[in-house]
Design a protein. Structure first.
Length: 352
């Protein structure tokens, strides 16, 4: 859910095209979404993730009103925030509603220089202050870090600052070329591989922080070693519906929201105020762009030895790197799947 397009920061690598505009979700859009989601939450766990823009820029009153459209014992809410707007009242808001909180932090001050406000001023001190308020209130935090210079030294600094701030979980996104961010993400494979190995080394020496990416490799390796390769399940493509502020729905890759291909048309599959999410998901997965993407996934399955772990990669990375969706290996694949797998294996080999 994108309650607002506005973000009070202007991060150098951001992919969002409208982050300087205050376009806000209406209760009508939230209610229309909730009609489908509340049905899902009757028999399965559903997490409604509020992101942006900066979701806290929506304000507590409106964000709370939008959240109140959803209900169900098996439904939960999460917020991904840059943490600069956090105060005691936001902490109380999250605690009262049982909202899980993720924050965006790229490392210590020297590694956080891409995260600036609209005057170009560093946001690091405000981010740290927000994190401290959240942890002091008793909230367990996850961190998403964007890394633009993957080196072993960067990995060690990142792990240390996340652990020292009391955060419990870390996911790393090597900077991606997508959306309005056209900076290249072509890094030497050995360099990125060494980054992931060093991150795993840091976790091995100090296990205060759970690592999303390392956990994914270890879970896959455990499964692969325990079963014959032909019995491993096929990778499943999650439709992951993203609902824009205006109710437009984009599937699989949130980064495609708001974009239109001159060749394939809009990536949005329709609007949630006119059709149910189930109908939109069905129609969206049969759209021409999705079918081209599925052909690319089939190509990866046939060509790539890492397919069982990767599952084919997201369509946004294919589109923004290659201007097509039926290609195969991307820089994203190399940085965040191949180098990750090889780096964690390097770490494991060094321990043996």
């Amino acid at each position: 859910m994108q309650p607002t397009t506005l973000c009070n920061l202007d991060c150098r690598y951001c992919y969002l095209p409208h982050r300087a505009r205050r376009l806000t979700m209406s209760r009508e859009v939230a209610m229309a979404t909730a009609r489908s989601v509340n049905q899902w939450a009757r028999d399965r766990d559903v997490d409604v993730v509020w992101h942006g823009g900066e979701p806290l820029a929506t304000g507590r009153a409106l964000l709370g009103d939008l959240m109140d459209c959803f209900n169900g014992e098996r439904l939960s809410h999460s917020v991904q925030t840059n943490a600069t707007l956090i105060d005691e009242r936001w902490c109380e808001f999250f605690l009262r509603r049982g909202v899980r909180v993720g924050v965006s932090l790229d490392g210590p001050a020297q590694d956080n220089l891409a995260r600036t406000d609209r005057r170009g001023q560093p946001a690091f001190a405000r981010i740290v202050r927000g994190i401290q308020l959240l942890t002091e209130a008793g909230l367990e935090l996850s961190v998403i870090a964007v890394v633009s210079d993957p080196t072993p030294e960067r990995a060690r600094r990142l792990y240390r600052v996340v652990a020292d701030l009391g955060c419990r979980w870390l996911g790393v996104n090597i900077e991606e070329e997508e959306g309005v961010n056209r900076r290249t993400n072509a890094y030497p494979l050995q360099q990125v591989r060494a980054f992931w190995a060093a991150l795993a080394d840091s976790w091995q020496a100090d296990r205060r922080v759970q690592l999303r990416d390392v956990d994914n490799v270890l879970a896959y390796a455990t499964k692969a070693l325990g079963e014959p390769s032909d019995s491993l399940p096929e990778a499943v493509i999650d439709p992951l519906p993203t609902i824009g502020h205006d109710g437009d729905v984009t599937l699989i890759s949130p980064e495609l929201a708001g974009f239109v291909s001159a060749r394939l048309g809009p990536f949005a599959c329709g609007n949630v105020t006119t059709r149910t999410l189930d109908q939109l998901i069905h129609d969206g997965l049969n759209a021409s762009w999705a079918q081209e993407y599925f052909r690319g996934v089939s190509r990866c399955r046939a060509e790539c030895p890492y397919f069982g772990f990767c599952g084919g990669g997201p369509p946004a990375n294919r589109y923004f790197e290659q201007a097509r969706l039926d290609g195969s290996e991307t820089n994203y694949c190399r940085n965040s799947k191949i180098a990750l797998m090889e780096g964690v294996l390097d770490h494991a080999e060094a321990l043996s």
